[in-house]
Write a protein that binds this ligand. Structure first.
Ligand code: SF4
Length: 94
């Protein structure tokens, strides 16, 4: 393999890897759906989309990852929880 061939191969490999990474992230974002009330984990964790516990909501829980009205949660992997929501796993954000 000449040096030019090796360089071309590396460029193609890098572009492919970036494409796969971006594509995977996009698919993951599209796949994220809100946690449903009848989701077995939601039932087990007593998740509600509107917290009834003063001072405790997903938005100030250490497991919440997001700034918008919905975000990710370390417990509900791959799904979105409401910023105003709550579950039994609530832990104060440090
Ligand atoms: S652990 Fe519970 S309270 Fe905390 S962000 Fe997730 S769903 Fe909300």
């Amino acid at each position: 393999m000449s040096q030019l061939d090796r360089r071309s191969f590396l460029k193609l490999s890098s572009a492919t890897l970036i494409g796969i990474t971006i594509g995977g992230a996009s698919l993951q974002a599209l796949a994220a759906e809100a946690v449903k009330a009848d989701d077995p984990l939601a039932v087990a964790m007593k998740y509600v989309a509107k917290s009834a516990t003063a001072g405790q909501e997903c938005g100030n829980c250490m497991h919440y990852a997001g700034a918008a009205d919905t975000g990710g949660c370390a417990i509900f992997q791959g799904k979105l929880v409401a910023k105003a929501g709550w579950c039994a796993g609530w832990t104060k954000k440090p």
